[in-house]
Design a protein around this ligand. Structure first.
Ligand code: NI
Length: 128
């Protein structure tokens, strides 16, 4: 990120960003950190099993409750908690009620990783 010394960096309000879209399983990019994207998404139901061969993936719960399934078992995340999914490790996210998360991972990472399929969606810039 570059900007003139006379400017201020934008303050990003996560809740406000989440209020600007309703589509589930569709990541919105809200900021960049070097080569990483900071993204938010709303999840409900169960995703597809997948892995990301080349990168770790941070998943932080903002609201709701997230289950992250691994072949070794499930982990449960409440608001304010996060997990880093290691590169190459199969995982599947699930949420019984609509759950909002923040993701941190390199720009261009695809949500379904190596699995592909109908739920594949490129992250979009948050509009408005
Ligand atoms: Ni993933």
């Amino acid at each position: 990120m570059t900007m003139p010394e006379t400017a201020l960096p934008p303050v990003v309000n996560i809740a406000a960003a989440l209020g600007r879209f309703s589509e589930q399983w569709a990541q919105r990019r809200i900021a960049g950190v070097n080569d990483y994207d900071v993204k938010v998404a709303k999840l409900e139901g169960e995703f597809v099993w997948h892995s990301h061969e080349d990168t770790d993936e941070l998943l932080l719960v903002v609201s709701g409750r997230l289950t992250v399934r691994f072949r070794a078992g499930d982990v449960f995340l409440d608001p304010g908690e996060f997990v880093v999914v290691p590169r190459g490790v199969e995982h599947c996210t699930a949420a019984e009620e609509e759950t909002a998360i923040l993701l941190l991972e390199p720009a261009g990472v695809v949500n379904t990783g190596d699995a592909g399929g109908a739920m594949t969606k490129a992250a979009r810039e948050l509009e408005g």
